[in-house]
Unconditional design. Structure first.
Length: 76
């Protein structure tokens, strides 16, 4: 029974190593201490991107109902 457990644990560890993520900044393997980055340097680079608003989600702004002037009824 313990052989089966050891085998399952080894397989799980192998899957985890196979799915190791790469640093989103430099593509090196991520380190557990700075995950998901490879180093503190890449972590700070990413933070700077957020601060400078380099990462943005495109949105289409809709004018507020308060700022839109009502249209005059058409004469007809």
């Amino acid at each position: 029974m313990s052989d089966k457990i050891a085998d399952l644990a080894a397989r799980r560890a192998q899957k985890i190593r196979a799915k190791a993520r790469k640093c989103p900044i430099c593509r090196k393997p991520a380190v557990e201490a700075s995950r998901p980055f490879c180093s503190e340097r890449c972590r700070k680079i990413d933070l700077d991107h957020w601060r400078s608003e380099a990462y943005r989600v495109p949105v289409e702004e809709v004018p507020d109902a308060d700022t839109v002037s009502p249209k005059a009824p058409e004469d007809g």
